[in-house]
Design a binder for this molecule. Structure first.
Ligand code: HEM
Length: 503
């Protein structure tokens, strides 16, 4: 008992000591208002780690769309809520708001390396290079589209094989989308039965869950204290380690059979060739660490984001059968029988496109946005944000901004259509964020979402073994990411378009 008391006292003293080393004072800049912080806890009384996003929304009701909070004793964050504030910062002052902030759960592994976590010159070079290589590999071109169409076809065949029996589509959907990114990164496509591939995809899921869980959020607040201690916050790291180890293994395989005369077969090849070119440059950013960390993040993002979004869109169609019917009618009317949908069909499918956008809006996959920092002292809305101030642009609050989207919690594809039924996209549709850090995979994600969604709906009628009323749309976990709930799906061949060929 006595020993426990001594430990508790020591812990409190340690926290107090650490919190005194804080750059806590607002006097260093003229920061937006916010709740007073307690010395050891920051704003823990106002912000529960399991419900950080909703806590921040609640605070914005009191302090307005731009306010300051303290996540634990060490992190001072300026929060941006709603379309106007996020647009003015990340859009109108793009350069100043283009720094990457902290993701404490991942920082130990990435340590400022790779395109997602890098800052300054390192980030500029890695971003430019990655975008160019993805374009050279066919993204935004016909080759990239064919690659996605071929994977969609594999998935449709596996769906067909379920012969109307209920199944959980989660793993298959992430495997299919992961295959696309694996082709681009490693030049590899895996069978859905491949156990190593299943382990990698599960590791990506475990990582997502870990960073979004209440423990992940607690870690974001108290990382310096929790880091040396064992506990649930460290368990997800073995998933992340699996992803890194898989990437390292693929890099090694490429190093073993690299053709230095090119051309690059995939992104790892391209990076290795660039490393060879820059061998003499002592300050090069094309290092093995940046290669490993860029590719690990792309593998993670390419695996988890699109699969989860398609899953949520399918769930919505089970919940709203009349919407599914309208999508299928449009597909039947506008697409040629027996031909796989292509990106060029988008303009003729405004309703389908609206449903997909509304699903993405409602899900708000990344509700808290990804953390930014200001790259220099920045004047914003009458405040002065010192260089390095962390910024949370709450993208969920943009996608659900009542000033733009009437009754934002309702599923209403009509909001993406004009009076003549043509597709329209409000400026506040920003699931990929905006500004200089805008999602690097946006083009790829948009193409995948459209091609997967339309091909599945062209081939099948979707049913649920349970009644639509009983299906919940609530995320299974809501934290840094909103992870849609699992559900059972039954597919039956749609009456139209019996066999499908790619164009
Ligand atoms: C539905 C799909 C996706 C959504 C909603 C999404 C959303 C986002 C968001 C919100 C950010 C943070 C932007 C910011 O810092 O303000 C981001 C960054 C990023 N995303 Fe995505 N993403 C998706 C798919 C993908 C895919 C498929 C890839 C790549 C294969 C990808 C790669 C990246 C990278 C590399 C960054 C960091 C960019 C940088 O820091 O310069 N994303 N994404």
């Amino acid at each position: 008992m006595e020993a426990a008391g001594t430990w508790a006292l020591l812990l409190v003293l340690l926290l107090l000591l650490l919190s005194l080393t804080l750059p806590a004072s607002r006097a260093r800049g003229h920061l937006p208002p916010g709740p007073a912080q307690l010395p050891l806890l920051g704003n823990l009384l106002q912000l529960r780690p399991g419900a950080l996003y909703s806590g921040l929304l609640r605070l914005s009701k009191k302090y307005g769309p731009v306010f300051t909070v303290h996540l634990g004793p060490w992190r001072r964050v300026v929060v941006l809520v709603g379309h106007k504030a996020v647009q003015e910062a990340l859009g109108d002052q793009a350069e100043e708001f283009s720094g990457r902030g902290t993701l404490a759960t991942l920082d130990q592994t990435f340590n400022g390396h790779g395109v997602f976590f890098a800052n300054g010159e390192r980030w500029r070079q890695l971003r430019k290079f990655t975008m160019l290589v993805l374009r050279d590999l066919g993204m935004g071109k016909r080759e990239g589209e064919e690659l996605i169409q071929a994977e969609v076809q594999h998935l449709v065949e596996v769906f067909q094989g379920t012969e109307g029996c209920p199944f959980d589509p989660s793993l298959l959907l992430v495997q299919a989308t992961s295959n696309i990114v694996c082709l681009l990164l490693f030049g590899l496509r895996f069978s859905y039965e491949d156990e190593e591939f299943q382990a990698v995809v599960r590791a990506a899921g475990g990582t997502l869950l870990g960073i979004s869980s209440p423990w992940g959020q607690t870690y974001e607040m108290f990382s310096q204290l929790l880091q040396p201690l064992p506990g649930p916050h460290t368990q997800f790291l073995r998933h992340l380690d699996t992803l890194v180890a898989f990437t390292a293994q693929q890099v090694q395989r490429h190093q073993g059979n690299l053709d230095t005369s090119g051309p690059a077969r995939d992104l790892v090849d391209a990076f290795l060739l660039k490393m060879a070119q820059e061998e003499q440059n002592l300050s090069t950013e094309f290092t093995e660490k940046n290669l490993l960390m860029t590719v690990t993040y792309l593998l993670f993002a390419g695996t988890m984001t699109v699969g989860a979004t398609v899953r949520y869109a399918l769930l919505l169609l089970l919940k709203y059968p009349e919407v599914q019917k309208q999508v299928q009618e449009e597909l039947m009317r506008e697409l040629q029988a027996g031909q796989a949908p292509c990106l060029g069909d988008r303009v003729r499918l405004p309703y389908t496109d609206a449903v997909l956008h509304e699903a993405q809006r409602l899900l708000a996959l990344v509700p808290m946005g990804m953390p930014h920092v200001v790259t220099r002292t920045t004047h914003f809305r009458g405040y002065t944000l010192p260089q390095g101030t962390e910024i949370f642009p709450l993208l969920g609050s943009v996608l659900h901004d009542p000033a733009v989207f009437e009754q934002p919690e309702e599923f209403n594809p009509g909001r993406f259509l004009d009076v003549e039924g043509r597709f329209k996209k409000p400026e506040a549709f920003l699931p990929y964020s905006l500004g200089k850090r805008v999602c690097l995979g946006e083009g790829l994600a948009r193409a995948e979402l459209f091609l997967f969604f339309t091909a599945i709906l062209q081939a099948f009628s979707l049913e649920s073994p349970s009644s639509p009323d009983s299906l919940s749309l609530q995320p299974a976990v809501s934290g840094l990411f909103n992870i849609p709930p699992a559900f059972q799906l039954q597919v039956r061949p749609a009456d139209h378009h019996p066999t499908v060929q790619t164009r």
